[in-house]
Ligand binder design. Sequence first.
Ligand code: ATP
Length: 572
Amino acid sequence: MIDYYIIIQMALNYFSKFTFATRTHASHNLKRALTQQSERRGDPTRYSYLLDSGRFEDLGDRVHPDLAKGLKVNNYEYMTEIQEKAIKQGGLLEGENLILTSETGSGKTLAYLLPILNQLFHHKDKHPTNPRFKLTKDTEDQMFLNAEEIAYKAQKEVATQKRLSFSRGSNGGDSQPKGAIVLSYSKELLSQVYSQARMLDLKERLLINRATSSLQMKTPVVEFITPDKTKGERELSEEEQFEISIKNVINNASWKLTDMLLVTPVVMSHILQSKEKYDPYDINPAVIVVDEFDELLQNPAYGQHMLTILRKFASFQTDKGNPLAEMNRLRQFIFTGATIPKTIATQAGSDALQQMQEWFSGSGIRHIRSENCHRVSAMVEQEWIDLDAVGAMGKHSEESELNLLVDLVRRSLTVLRHNSIMIFADSKKSIDKICDALLRADIKNLPYYQDTGLQGRQTTLQLFFSGELPVMVCSNMAARGLDTMQVDHVIQYEFAKNVVDYIHRVGRTGRMGQRGGVVTNMVRKGDQELVERIRGLIEEGQPMDKLFSRKRSLRKNIKRQGSQGEEQSEDE
Ligand SMILES: Nc1ncnc2c1ncn2[C@@H]1O[C@H](COP(=O)(O)OP(=O)(O)OP(=O)(O)O)[C@@H](O)[C@H]1O
């Protein structure tokens, strides 16, 4: 007779293969946790994605010396496959437009940071940042979005006090594009990009702004550094400081003081719309990255905003009266993702995608993909628990499922390497129930979902990354992009609704091809069809994109395929 203990025994058989290691308590600090990751990077055998690949140092002077040093200091020695292909075949460092598709945890972030930092370091050699200006922590985070509001206030103040005259609209015109905009959909993901860029910018020469929320700014836009008297710089009067500060704001100092803008599509389109009344050249990036590109272009929540952005920066048609058309040709566009429908180059599925293909058909965009793209890592062990097999014996209930989960987690915490577990469920209700059940069993955990708010999610992440928090119970919000290098066990308490979510969830463990990751899939009746398809493809070693669906409703897709008697790709 099948009962829970047999299932747990099955799980234990898996787990017993893994070596027991002492739990490492890292620091509370996210930056330190990231630094530790970078220290471990030194050993390429740890990361199977680095085997047989070329070295960054062999790229010679194609990489700016400061970037080469940053890579070395952070132990980025070998390139991953997607990095190497993008550089050697795709012209990544020569400004080519690229779509980069590769499996989760394969270094797409570093791939797009390379041309950005390369370009910026060269630019800084010629145009060093004015040392008078230093961004404060607060302004680094929020300056961009609030610049409009501050400019408005400043204008009013100036108008009443008549302290200085100014002309609105001209920023002095940087005629050549410079700097970069990186678009991604959450502050957490943009913060990761920020940390990685900061770690590579050893001399701290870059001004990196994150514009993701409409929080009020608490500190001045520009902080004045005490003048260097040895260089003959004199102290500025308060009046002069005020004047320069306001001029900077009004003359779009926000972009002038930005080398890299990390921004969500919603905020970016807001910035563009509010800046329409200004000089169109005021935001003029040389590189534009669209991270998690399939999600940003297909999800209706972002699609319209992406259209606004693409219309401005990616339209090459002068006949439509676009003053930026010529300039747009000079920009480099990089679209990245782990799950990009394979027919993307030929069929458009959303307005934003369609528009993008139309524009790029003239200027050209290359699609570079890795061999294992759209597959889950072969280094990750997967187990499948059929809950209905248990249900058939009359013991299937929510309580018993939660008990099973708690037993799995308890066992996992005693045998796995880092004691770091992500549990996925679909609804807030399920997540709350899981958290309670784990707490009753004295297992420390926190939820990660919309309702905890940004602050709550960031605290949870920090504790989780540092090793303080062994279990994070997550919605799909945590499925994409989070660089959870330390996670050794992913449990799908509720199975993914489609193959795209499945790939991203599984990709939170075994990143960079690390060995020792485990995924436990708890499967209910309604999941069986999808699970069978996925398992079939894994066994055959096939990529999973044939199961991608535009609406992401795989079950419908399978039904349709069944009725047509053959497999068909439904992707865009
Ligand atoms: N060449 C490299 N050598 C060593 N480590 C690397 C290299 N490139 C990237 N990494 C590290 O690998 C990890 C995963 O990279 P990243 O988060 O960019 O993956 P990704 O491909 O964007 O994954 P996802 O699709 O899940 O977002 C990061 O911790 C990153 O610092």
